[in-house]
Design a protein around this ligand. Structure first.
Ligand code: ATP
Ligand code: MG
Length: 516
Protein backbone atom coordinates (compact mmCIF):
# COMPACT_ATOMS: atom_id res chain seq x y z
CA UNK A 1 0.00 0.00 0.00
CA UNK A 2 1.82 2.98 -1.04
CA UNK A 3 2.64 5.90 -3.11
CA UNK A 4 6.37 5.73 -2.87
CA UNK A 5 7.13 2.60 -0.88
CA UNK A 6 6.08 3.36 2.67
CA UNK A 7 3.47 1.21 4.41
CA UNK A 8 0.07 2.79 4.79
CA UNK A 9 -2.69 1.63 7.09
CA UNK A 10 -5.89 1.38 5.04
CA UNK A 11 -8.52 3.96 5.89
CA UNK A 12 -11.79 2.57 7.22
CA UNK A 13 -14.60 4.82 6.15
CA UNK A 14 -17.99 4.21 7.73
CA UNK A 15 -21.11 3.71 5.65
CA UNK A 16 -24.34 1.75 6.02
CA UNK A 17 -26.44 -0.95 4.36
CA UNK A 18 -30.15 -1.52 4.73
CA UNK A 19 -31.42 -5.01 5.53
CA UNK A 20 -35.18 -5.06 5.58
CA UNK A 21 -36.04 -1.94 7.53
CA UNK A 22 -32.91 -1.98 9.66
CA UNK A 23 -29.52 -0.60 8.84
CA UNK A 24 -26.13 -2.18 9.46
CA UNK A 25 -22.78 -0.48 9.72
CA UNK A 26 -20.44 -1.07 6.78
CA UNK A 27 -16.71 -0.37 6.87
CA UNK A 28 -15.19 0.56 3.54
CA UNK A 29 -11.50 -0.35 3.51
CA UNK A 30 -9.24 0.62 0.62
CA UNK A 31 -5.91 -1.03 -0.04
CA UNK A 32 -3.46 -0.12 -2.79
CA UNK A 33 -0.27 -1.82 -4.01
CA UNK A 34 1.80 0.07 -6.55
CA UNK A 35 3.61 -2.98 -7.90
CA UNK A 36 2.07 -5.06 -10.65
CA UNK A 37 -0.54 -4.41 -13.29
CA UNK A 38 -3.47 -2.11 -12.71
CA UNK A 39 -6.46 -3.80 -11.11
CA UNK A 40 -9.46 -2.38 -9.33
CA UNK A 41 -11.46 -4.89 -7.31
CA UNK A 42 -14.36 -4.61 -4.94
CA UNK A 43 -14.87 -7.51 -2.53
CA UNK A 44 -17.45 -8.23 0.19
CA UNK A 45 -20.51 -9.59 -1.66
CA UNK A 46 -21.17 -6.60 -3.92
CA UNK A 47 -24.07 -6.69 -6.39
CA UNK A 48 -23.89 -5.43 -9.97
CA UNK A 49 -24.60 -1.81 -8.98
CA UNK A 50 -21.78 -1.87 -6.44
CA UNK A 51 -19.37 -3.39 -8.99
CA UNK A 52 -20.21 -0.59 -11.37
CA UNK A 53 -19.02 1.82 -8.68
CA UNK A 54 -15.50 1.26 -10.04
CA UNK A 55 -16.27 3.23 -13.17
CA UNK A 56 -18.20 5.97 -11.41
CA UNK A 57 -15.59 6.39 -8.67
CA UNK A 58 -12.70 6.43 -11.18
CA UNK A 59 -14.39 9.01 -13.41
CA UNK A 60 -15.40 11.24 -10.52
CA UNK A 61 -11.88 11.17 -9.06
CA UNK A 62 -10.30 11.90 -12.42
CA UNK A 63 -12.70 14.75 -13.11
CA UNK A 64 -11.90 16.20 -9.69
CA UNK A 65 -8.24 16.35 -10.89
CA UNK A 66 -6.92 13.74 -8.47
CA UNK A 67 -4.74 10.79 -9.42
CA UNK A 68 -7.24 8.09 -10.45
CA UNK A 69 -7.10 4.39 -9.46
CA UNK A 70 -5.70 3.21 -12.80
CA UNK A 71 -2.47 5.11 -12.06
CA UNK A 72 -2.11 3.59 -8.59
CA UNK A 73 -1.42 -0.06 -9.34
CA UNK A 74 -3.62 -2.61 -7.66
CA UNK A 75 -6.58 -1.20 -5.76
CA UNK A 76 -8.77 -3.42 -3.60
CA UNK A 77 -11.82 -2.18 -1.79
CA UNK A 78 -13.31 -4.36 0.92
CA UNK A 79 -16.83 -3.82 2.19
CA UNK A 80 -16.98 -5.35 5.67
CA UNK A 81 -18.68 -7.39 7.10
CA UNK A 82 -18.06 -9.70 4.16
CA UNK A 83 -21.07 -11.96 4.72
CA UNK A 84 -23.67 -9.22 4.21
CA UNK A 85 -24.83 -8.65 0.63
CA UNK A 86 -24.23 -5.08 -0.51
CA UNK A 87 -26.52 -3.51 -3.04
CA UNK A 88 -26.89 -0.22 -4.83
CA UNK A 89 -24.59 2.71 -5.44
CA UNK A 90 -24.62 4.08 -1.87
CA UNK A 91 -20.93 3.20 -1.28
CA UNK A 92 -19.57 5.33 -4.15
CA UNK A 93 -18.86 8.26 -1.87
CA UNK A 94 -17.09 6.39 0.96
CA UNK A 95 -15.08 4.41 -1.63
CA UNK A 96 -13.84 7.57 -3.35
CA UNK A 97 -12.90 9.18 -0.03
CA UNK A 98 -11.22 6.00 1.19
CA UNK A 99 -9.17 5.82 -1.99
CA UNK A 100 -8.00 9.44 -1.70
CA UNK A 101 -7.09 8.91 1.96
CA UNK A 102 -5.20 5.67 1.42
CA UNK A 103 -3.25 7.13 -1.47
CA UNK A 104 -2.54 10.17 0.72
CA UNK A 105 -3.99 12.58 -1.81
CA UNK A 106 -6.03 14.15 0.95
CA UNK A 107 -6.04 13.86 4.72
CA UNK A 108 -8.87 14.43 7.16
CA UNK A 109 -10.27 12.92 10.33
CA UNK A 110 -12.74 10.32 9.09
CA UNK A 111 -13.62 8.85 12.47
CA UNK A 112 -17.11 9.35 13.87
CA UNK A 113 -18.48 10.25 10.43
CA UNK A 114 -20.79 8.24 8.18
CA UNK A 115 -20.88 8.70 4.39
CA UNK A 116 -23.61 7.80 1.91
CA UNK A 117 -24.08 8.75 -1.71
CA UNK A 118 -23.94 7.83 -5.36
CA UNK A 119 -21.42 9.63 -7.55
CA UNK A 120 -22.21 10.72 -11.05
CA UNK A 121 -19.33 10.87 -13.53
CA UNK A 122 -18.94 14.63 -13.17
CA UNK A 123 -18.76 14.42 -9.38
CA UNK A 124 -22.33 15.38 -8.51
CA UNK A 125 -23.85 13.40 -5.64
CA UNK A 126 -27.08 11.62 -6.47
CA UNK A 127 -29.77 10.61 -3.96
CA UNK A 128 -29.93 7.08 -2.51
CA UNK A 129 -32.57 4.89 -0.85
CA UNK A 130 -33.00 4.18 2.87
CA UNK A 131 -31.37 7.30 4.32
CA UNK A 132 -33.74 7.54 7.29
CA UNK A 133 -32.93 4.10 8.80
CA UNK A 134 -29.23 4.84 8.20
CA UNK A 135 -29.54 8.13 10.08
CA UNK A 136 -31.25 6.26 12.92
CA UNK A 137 -28.35 3.78 12.94
CA UNK A 138 -25.84 6.64 13.12
CA UNK A 139 -27.69 8.10 16.09
CA UNK A 140 -27.87 4.72 17.85
CA UNK A 141 -24.11 4.20 17.39
CA UNK A 142 -23.32 7.69 18.66
CA UNK A 143 -21.85 8.84 15.31
CA UNK A 144 -21.74 12.62 15.32
CA UNK A 145 -21.94 13.50 11.62
CA UNK A 146 -23.65 11.91 8.66
CA UNK A 147 -22.83 13.03 5.10
CA UNK A 148 -25.75 12.46 2.75
CA UNK A 149 -26.75 13.51 -0.77
CA UNK A 150 -28.27 17.01 -0.61
CA UNK A 151 -31.62 15.68 -1.86
CA UNK A 152 -31.80 13.25 1.07
CA UNK A 153 -30.82 15.81 3.70
CA UNK A 154 -34.32 16.70 4.86
CA UNK A 155 -35.08 13.00 5.34
CA UNK A 156 -32.02 12.51 7.57
CA UNK A 157 -32.51 15.75 9.50
CA UNK A 158 -35.67 14.34 11.08
CA UNK A 159 -33.28 12.60 13.47
CA UNK A 160 -32.43 15.19 16.03
CA UNK A 161 -29.26 14.05 17.73
CA UNK A 162 -26.95 13.98 14.70
CA UNK A 163 -25.49 16.63 12.47
CA UNK A 164 -26.52 16.12 8.82
CA UNK A 165 -24.18 17.50 6.15
CA UNK A 166 -25.87 17.85 2.75
CA UNK A 167 -23.45 17.06 -0.07
CA UNK A 168 -24.22 18.23 -3.60
CA UNK A 169 -20.85 17.77 -5.18
CA UNK A 170 -17.69 15.72 -4.57
CA UNK A 171 -15.29 18.67 -4.80
CA UNK A 172 -17.35 20.71 -2.32
CA UNK A 173 -17.19 17.78 0.07
CA UNK A 174 -13.42 17.47 -0.26
CA UNK A 175 -13.05 21.22 0.34
CA UNK A 176 -15.23 20.90 3.43
CA UNK A 177 -13.34 17.91 4.82
CA UNK A 178 -10.02 19.71 4.29
CA UNK A 179 -11.39 22.71 6.15
CA UNK A 180 -11.25 24.99 3.10
CA UNK A 181 -14.93 25.70 2.51
CA UNK A 182 -17.47 24.75 5.14
CA UNK A 183 -20.79 23.13 4.21
CA UNK A 184 -23.45 24.18 6.70
CA UNK A 185 -25.36 21.32 8.39
CA UNK A 186 -28.97 20.88 7.24
CA UNK A 187 -31.36 22.76 9.52
CA UNK A 188 -33.18 20.57 12.04
CA UNK A 189 -36.68 19.64 11.07
CA UNK A 190 -39.37 20.81 13.45
CA UNK A 191 -41.55 17.71 13.45
CA UNK A 192 -44.68 19.28 14.86
CA UNK A 193 -44.99 21.90 12.13
CA UNK A 194 -45.42 19.14 9.52
CA UNK A 195 -48.61 17.92 11.05
CA UNK A 196 -50.97 20.75 10.22
CA UNK A 197 -54.37 19.39 9.25
CA UNK A 198 -54.70 19.01 5.50
CA UNK A 199 -58.06 19.43 3.86
CA UNK A 200 -59.22 16.51 1.79
CA UNK A 201 -60.93 16.91 -1.57
CA UNK A 202 -63.51 14.21 -0.88
CA UNK A 203 -65.68 15.00 2.12
CA UNK A 204 -68.06 12.55 3.77
CA UNK A 205 -70.82 15.16 3.59
CA UNK A 206 -70.86 14.72 -0.22
CA UNK A 207 -72.22 11.20 0.23
CA UNK A 208 -76.00 10.92 0.29
CA UNK A 209 -77.53 8.44 2.71
CA UNK A 210 -75.43 5.38 3.58
CA UNK A 211 -75.39 6.47 7.24
CA UNK A 212 -74.84 2.89 8.30
CA UNK A 213 -71.72 2.58 6.16
CA UNK A 214 -70.40 5.94 7.34
CA UNK A 215 -70.83 4.85 10.94
CA UNK A 216 -68.89 1.64 10.23
CA UNK A 217 -66.07 3.64 8.62
CA UNK A 218 -65.97 5.93 11.65
CA UNK A 219 -65.57 2.89 13.93
CA UNK A 220 -62.91 1.49 11.60
CA UNK A 221 -60.96 4.76 11.63
CA UNK A 222 -61.20 5.03 15.41
CA UNK A 223 -60.06 1.50 16.28
CA UNK A 224 -58.25 0.27 13.16
CA UNK A 225 -60.82 -2.42 12.37
CA UNK A 226 -61.17 -4.04 8.94
CA UNK A 227 -64.24 -3.34 6.81
CA UNK A 228 -65.91 -4.97 3.84
CA UNK A 229 -68.46 -2.96 1.85
CA UNK A 230 -70.89 -5.04 -0.17
CA UNK A 231 -73.54 -3.68 -2.53
CA UNK A 232 -74.84 -3.17 -6.05
CA UNK A 233 -72.91 -1.17 -8.68
CA UNK A 234 -72.94 2.60 -8.31
CA UNK A 235 -74.13 2.65 -4.71
CA UNK A 236 -71.05 4.54 -3.57
CA UNK A 237 -68.70 1.87 -2.18
CA UNK A 238 -65.60 3.19 -3.90
CA UNK A 239 -66.58 6.74 -3.03
CA UNK A 240 -67.11 5.83 0.64
CA UNK A 241 -63.74 4.12 0.87
CA UNK A 242 -62.01 7.13 -0.66
CA UNK A 243 -63.61 9.55 1.79
CA UNK A 244 -62.26 7.39 4.60
CA UNK A 245 -58.93 9.23 4.20
CA UNK A 246 -60.66 12.45 5.31
CA UNK A 247 -61.70 11.09 8.72
CA UNK A 248 -58.46 9.39 9.72
CA UNK A 249 -56.72 10.80 12.78
CA UNK A 250 -53.37 12.56 12.51
CA UNK A 251 -50.28 10.37 12.47
CA UNK A 252 -48.37 10.55 15.73
CA UNK A 253 -44.62 11.30 15.52
CA UNK A 254 -43.51 7.70 16.25
CA UNK A 255 -46.02 6.42 13.66
CA UNK A 256 -44.81 8.96 11.11
CA UNK A 257 -41.22 7.76 11.63
CA UNK A 258 -42.25 4.12 11.13
CA UNK A 259 -44.11 4.94 7.91
CA UNK A 260 -41.34 7.17 6.57
CA UNK A 261 -38.79 4.42 7.18
CA UNK A 262 -40.81 2.00 5.04
CA UNK A 263 -41.16 4.54 2.22
CA UNK A 264 -37.47 5.42 2.49
CA UNK A 265 -36.37 1.79 2.18
CA UNK A 266 -38.65 1.11 -0.77
CA UNK A 267 -37.38 4.24 -2.56
CA UNK A 268 -40.88 5.75 -2.66
CA UNK A 269 -40.28 8.78 -0.49
CA UNK A 270 -41.01 11.80 -2.71
CA UNK A 271 -37.93 13.96 -3.29
CA UNK A 272 -37.35 16.54 -0.61
CA UNK A 273 -39.93 14.97 1.71
CA UNK A 274 -38.59 14.73 5.22
CA UNK A 275 -41.45 12.90 6.81
CA UNK A 276 -44.65 11.22 5.69
CA UNK A 277 -47.31 13.04 7.68
CA UNK A 278 -50.48 11.74 6.06
CA UNK A 279 -51.76 8.30 6.87
CA UNK A 280 -51.04 6.15 3.84
CA UNK A 281 -54.01 5.28 1.64
CA UNK A 282 -53.03 2.60 -0.86
CA UNK A 283 -55.38 1.18 -3.45
CA UNK A 284 -53.58 -1.43 -5.57
CA UNK A 285 -55.41 -2.70 -8.64
CA UNK A 286 -56.80 -6.23 -8.60
CA UNK A 287 -54.23 -7.34 -11.17
CA UNK A 288 -51.50 -6.76 -8.54
CA UNK A 289 -48.95 -9.57 -8.25
CA UNK A 290 -48.31 -11.31 -4.91
CA UNK A 291 -44.86 -9.68 -4.65
CA UNK A 292 -46.19 -6.16 -5.24
CA UNK A 293 -48.84 -6.72 -2.62
CA UNK A 294 -46.91 -8.40 0.19
CA UNK A 295 -43.32 -7.51 -0.73
CA UNK A 296 -40.32 -9.57 -1.78
CA UNK A 297 -37.76 -9.69 -4.58
CA UNK A 298 -34.10 -10.75 -4.50
CA UNK A 299 -33.34 -7.85 -2.18
CA UNK A 300 -36.69 -7.86 -0.35
CA UNK A 301 -38.67 -4.66 -0.62
CA UNK A 302 -41.86 -3.79 1.24
CA UNK A 303 -45.10 -4.36 -0.69
CA UNK A 304 -48.46 -2.58 -0.53
CA UNK A 305 -49.33 -4.18 2.82
CA UNK A 306 -46.29 -2.49 4.37
CA UNK A 307 -46.66 0.76 2.43
CA UNK A 308 -50.13 1.05 3.96
CA UNK A 309 -48.74 0.47 7.48
CA UNK A 310 -50.66 2.66 9.98
CA UNK A 311 -53.04 3.65 7.18
CA UNK A 312 -55.58 2.14 4.80
CA UNK A 313 -55.21 -0.68 2.32
CA UNK A 314 -58.20 -0.33 0.00
CA UNK A 315 -58.91 -3.38 -2.15
CA UNK A 316 -61.68 -2.45 -4.58
CA UNK A 317 -63.43 -5.25 -6.51
CA UNK A 318 -62.22 -7.63 -3.79
CA UNK A 319 -63.28 -10.94 -5.43
CA UNK A 320 -61.39 -10.02 -8.59
CA UNK A 321 -58.03 -10.33 -6.81
CA UNK A 322 -56.52 -13.76 -7.39
CA UNK A 323 -57.14 -16.11 -4.51
CA UNK A 324 -53.44 -16.68 -4.18
CA UNK A 325 -52.90 -12.95 -3.62
CA UNK A 326 -55.72 -12.67 -1.07
CA UNK A 327 -54.57 -15.65 0.98
CA UNK A 328 -51.23 -13.90 1.44
CA UNK A 329 -53.10 -11.32 3.50
CA UNK A 330 -53.81 -13.80 6.26
CA UNK A 331 -50.59 -13.29 8.19
CA UNK A 332 -50.50 -9.48 8.05
CA UNK A 333 -54.20 -9.24 8.91
CA UNK A 334 -53.59 -11.31 12.03
CA UNK A 335 -50.12 -10.28 13.18
CA UNK A 336 -49.58 -6.84 11.65
CA UNK A 337 -46.38 -7.92 9.95
CA UNK A 338 -45.22 -9.92 6.96
CA UNK A 339 -42.39 -12.43 6.97
CA UNK A 340 -40.43 -12.84 3.77
CA UNK A 341 -38.27 -15.93 3.64
CA UNK A 342 -35.19 -16.21 1.49
CA UNK A 343 -32.38 -18.76 1.33
CA UNK A 344 -30.18 -16.38 3.38
CA UNK A 345 -32.76 -16.01 6.15
CA UNK A 346 -36.07 -14.35 6.73
CA UNK A 347 -37.02 -10.72 7.06
CA UNK A 348 -39.98 -9.05 8.66
CA UNK A 349 -41.69 -5.89 7.50
CA UNK A 350 -44.40 -4.20 9.56
CA UNK A 351 -47.85 -4.34 7.94
CA UNK A 352 -50.34 -2.94 10.44
CA UNK A 353 -52.96 -1.58 8.04
CA UNK A 354 -56.71 -1.22 8.14
CA UNK A 355 -58.28 -3.18 5.32
CA UNK A 356 -61.20 -1.66 3.43
CA UNK A 357 -62.56 -4.12 0.88
CA UNK A 358 -65.38 -3.43 -1.57
CA UNK A 359 -67.34 -6.01 -3.54
CA UNK A 360 -70.56 -6.68 -5.38
CA UNK A 361 -72.70 -9.50 -4.00
CA UNK A 362 -72.70 -11.36 -7.34
CA UNK A 363 -71.37 -10.92 -10.91
CA UNK A 364 -74.34 -8.73 -12.00
CA UNK A 365 -74.28 -6.93 -8.67
CA UNK A 366 -77.98 -7.00 -7.82
CA UNK A 367 -78.31 -10.09 -5.63
CA UNK A 368 -78.97 -8.02 -2.50
CA UNK A 369 -81.21 -5.45 -4.21
CA UNK A 370 -84.81 -5.90 -3.02
CA UNK A 371 -86.27 -4.33 -6.17
CA UNK A 372 -83.92 -4.98 -9.06
CA UNK A 373 -83.81 -8.52 -10.46
CA UNK A 374 -80.55 -10.43 -10.27
CA UNK A 375 -79.63 -12.24 -13.46
CA UNK A 376 -77.09 -14.63 -11.93
CA UNK A 377 -77.73 -18.30 -11.30
CA UNK A 378 -77.45 -19.42 -7.66
CA UNK A 379 -74.42 -21.52 -8.60
CA UNK A 380 -72.76 -18.45 -10.10
CA UNK A 381 -73.45 -16.38 -7.00
CA UNK A 382 -71.95 -19.04 -4.76
CA UNK A 383 -68.91 -19.39 -7.04
CA UNK A 384 -68.38 -15.61 -6.97
CA UNK A 385 -68.65 -15.33 -3.20
CA UNK A 386 -66.40 -18.34 -2.67
CA UNK A 387 -63.53 -16.41 -4.19
CA UNK A 388 -63.05 -14.91 -0.77
CA UNK A 389 -62.16 -17.61 1.72
CA UNK A 390 -63.72 -18.05 5.13
CA UNK A 391 -60.45 -17.32 6.99
CA UNK A 392 -60.17 -13.95 5.23
CA UNK A 393 -63.80 -13.03 5.99
CA UNK A 394 -63.28 -14.12 9.59
CA UNK A 395 -60.54 -11.48 9.91
CA UNK A 396 -62.89 -8.69 8.82
CA UNK A 397 -64.77 -7.09 11.70
CA UNK A 398 -67.27 -4.84 10.02
CA UNK A 399 -69.41 -6.35 7.26
CA UNK A 400 -71.43 -3.54 5.76
CA UNK A 401 -74.28 -3.60 3.28
CA UNK A 402 -74.28 -0.56 0.95
CA UNK A 403 -77.73 -0.47 -0.73
CA UNK A 404 -78.72 1.38 -3.89
CA UNK A 405 -79.72 4.96 -3.07
CA UNK A 406 -83.32 5.97 -3.84
CA UNK A 407 -84.14 9.10 -5.87
CA UNK A 408 -85.60 10.95 -2.85
CA UNK A 409 -82.36 10.49 -0.91
CA UNK A 410 -80.23 11.63 -3.82
CA UNK A 411 -82.17 14.88 -4.07
CA UNK A 412 -82.52 15.58 -0.38
CA UNK A 413 -81.52 19.05 0.76
CA UNK A 414 -80.15 17.57 3.98
CA UNK A 415 -76.39 17.73 4.19
CA UNK A 416 -74.57 14.88 5.94
CA UNK A 417 -72.05 15.42 8.72
CA UNK A 418 -68.75 16.90 7.52
CA UNK A 419 -65.56 14.84 7.69
CA UNK A 420 -63.91 17.36 10.01
CA UNK A 421 -66.42 16.78 12.80
CA UNK A 422 -66.29 12.99 12.38
CA UNK A 423 -62.50 13.19 12.47
CA UNK A 424 -62.73 15.04 15.75
CA UNK A 425 -64.65 12.17 17.36
CA UNK A 426 -62.24 9.66 15.84
CA UNK A 427 -59.25 11.59 17.20
CA UNK A 428 -60.76 11.70 20.69
CA UNK A 429 -61.29 7.93 20.61
CA UNK A 430 -57.66 7.50 19.50
CA UNK A 431 -56.49 9.70 22.36
CA UNK A 432 -58.31 7.38 24.79
CA UNK A 433 -56.46 4.45 23.24
CA UNK A 434 -53.08 6.19 23.46
CA UNK A 435 -53.74 6.68 27.17
CA UNK A 436 -54.89 3.07 27.60
CA UNK A 437 -51.86 1.54 25.90
CA UNK A 438 -49.19 3.76 27.49
CA UNK A 439 -46.01 1.73 27.84
CA UNK A 440 -47.23 -0.99 25.45
CA UNK A 441 -46.50 -1.49 21.75
CA UNK A 442 -50.23 -1.63 20.97
CA UNK A 443 -51.61 1.51 19.28
CA UNK A 444 -55.25 0.76 18.47
CA UNK A 445 -57.96 -1.47 19.93
CA UNK A 446 -57.82 -3.79 16.92
CA UNK A 447 -54.26 -4.79 17.88
CA UNK A 448 -55.12 -5.98 21.38
CA UNK A 449 -53.96 -9.51 22.29
CA UNK A 450 -55.80 -11.77 24.72
CA UNK A 451 -54.02 -10.34 27.76
CA UNK A 452 -54.96 -6.79 26.82
CA UNK A 453 -58.55 -7.82 26.11
CA UNK A 454 -58.65 -9.28 29.60
CA UNK A 455 -57.19 -6.13 31.14
CA UNK A 456 -59.10 -3.47 29.22
CA UNK A 457 -62.37 -5.05 28.09
CA UNK A 458 -64.35 -5.98 31.15
CA UNK A 459 -67.83 -7.24 30.24
CA UNK A 460 -70.72 -6.94 32.72
CA UNK A 461 -73.30 -9.73 33.08
CA UNK A 462 -75.82 -8.47 30.48
CA UNK A 463 -73.00 -8.02 27.94
CA UNK A 464 -71.72 -11.53 28.67
CA UNK A 465 -75.23 -12.91 28.18
CA UNK A 466 -75.44 -11.19 24.80
CA UNK A 467 -72.09 -12.63 23.74
CA UNK A 468 -73.11 -16.08 24.94
CA UNK A 469 -76.27 -16.10 22.83
CA UNK A 470 -74.37 -14.75 19.80
CA UNK A 471 -71.74 -17.50 20.05
CA UNK A 472 -74.32 -20.27 20.26
CA UNK A 473 -76.67 -18.82 17.63
CA UNK A 474 -74.11 -17.88 15.01
CA UNK A 475 -71.44 -20.50 15.79
CA UNK A 476 -68.83 -17.79 16.26
CA UNK A 477 -65.16 -18.67 16.02
CA UNK A 478 -62.92 -17.77 18.94
CA UNK A 479 -61.36 -15.14 16.70
CA UNK A 480 -64.76 -13.63 15.87
CA UNK A 481 -65.62 -13.58 19.58
CA UNK A 482 -62.56 -11.55 20.51
CA UNK A 483 -62.87 -9.31 17.48
CA UNK A 484 -66.44 -8.39 18.45
CA UNK A 485 -65.24 -7.41 21.91
CA UNK A 486 -62.51 -5.24 20.39
CA UNK A 487 -65.01 -3.47 18.11
CA UNK A 488 -67.30 -2.94 21.11
CA UNK A 489 -64.34 -1.38 22.96
CA UNK A 490 -63.93 1.11 20.09
CA UNK A 491 -67.66 1.91 20.00
CA UNK A 492 -67.52 2.60 23.75
CA UNK A 493 -64.43 4.79 23.22
CA UNK A 494 -66.27 6.82 20.57
CA UNK A 495 -68.93 7.49 23.17
CA UNK A 496 -66.23 8.21 25.75
CA UNK A 497 -67.67 5.47 27.93
CA UNK A 498 -65.05 3.75 30.11
CA UNK A 499 -67.29 0.69 30.46
CA UNK A 500 -68.36 -1.57 27.57
CA UNK A 501 -72.19 -1.71 27.75
CA UNK A 502 -74.65 -4.15 26.14
CA UNK A 503 -75.57 -1.65 23.41
CA UNK A 504 -71.91 -1.47 22.35
CA UNK A 505 -71.74 -5.26 22.16
CA UNK A 506 -75.04 -5.38 20.24
CA UNK A 507 -73.83 -2.90 17.64
CA UNK A 508 -70.52 -4.76 17.25
CA UNK A 509 -72.32 -8.10 16.77
CA UNK A 510 -74.62 -6.82 14.04
CA UNK A 511 -71.65 -5.76 11.89
CA UNK A 512 -70.52 -9.34 11.79
CA UNK A 513 -73.36 -10.90 9.82
CA UNK A 514 -73.97 -9.13 6.57
CA UNK A 515 -71.95 -10.80 3.89
CA UNK A 516 -71.47 -14.21 5.48
N1 ATP B 1 -74.44 7.80 -1.87
C1 ATP B 1 -74.02 8.57 -2.85
N2 ATP B 1 -74.05 9.90 -2.73
C2 ATP B 1 -73.60 10.70 -3.70
N3 ATP B 1 -73.10 10.26 -4.87
C3 ATP B 1 -73.03 8.93 -5.07
C4 ATP B 1 -73.48 8.02 -4.08
N4 ATP B 1 -73.32 6.78 -4.54
C5 ATP B 1 -72.77 6.89 -5.76
N5 ATP B 1 -72.59 8.18 -6.08
C6 ATP B 1 -72.06 8.67 -7.36
O1 ATP B 1 -71.90 7.57 -8.21
C7 ATP B 1 -70.54 7.41 -8.61
C8 ATP B 1 -70.18 5.96 -8.58
O2 ATP B 1 -70.10 5.48 -7.28
P1 ATP B 1 -69.03 4.41 -6.84
O3 ATP B 1 -67.94 4.31 -7.84
O4 ATP B 1 -68.63 4.68 -5.45
O5 ATP B 1 -69.90 3.10 -6.89
P2 ATP B 1 -69.51 1.64 -6.46
O6 ATP B 1 -70.47 1.25 -5.39
O7 ATP B 1 -68.10 1.56 -6.15
O8 ATP B 1 -69.88 0.82 -7.76
P3 ATP B 1 -69.19 -0.51 -8.38
O9 ATP B 1 -69.77 -1.66 -7.62
O10 ATP B 1 -69.63 -0.49 -9.79
O11 ATP B 1 -67.73 -0.36 -8.21
C9 ATP B 1 -69.75 8.24 -7.64
O12 ATP B 1 -68.61 8.79 -8.23
C10 ATP B 1 -70.71 9.33 -7.23
O13 ATP B 1 -70.64 10.38 -8.13
MG1 MG C 1 -66.48 0.66 -7.06
Amino acid sequence: MEIGNSKVVPAKILSAATVGLKSELIEVEVDTVSAGLHQFNIVGLPDAAVKESRDRVSAAIRNAKFKPPHQCGRVTINLAPADLKKEGPVYDLPMALGFLLTTKQINFDYKNKLFLGELSLDGKIRPVKGVLPMAILARDLGIAEIYVPAENASEASVIEEISVIPVANFLDLVAHLLGKKKIEPAPKTDLEKFFSVEESLLDMSFIRGQEHAKRALEIAAAGGHNVILNGPPGSGKTMLAKTMASILPRLTVPEALEVTKIFSVSGQLPRGTALITRRPFRSPHHTASPVSLVGGGTYPRPGEVSLSHRGILFLDEFPEFSRNVLENLRQPLEDGLITISRAQGSLEFPARFTLIAAMNPCPCGNATDPEKACSCSPANIIKYQRKISGPILDRIDLHVEVPRIKFEKLNEVYQGEASASIRERVSRARAVQVQRFTGLTTVTNSEMGSVEIKNFCFLDTPSLELMKSAVSRFYLSARAYYRIIKVARTIADLEESPQICPQHIAEAIQYRFKTE
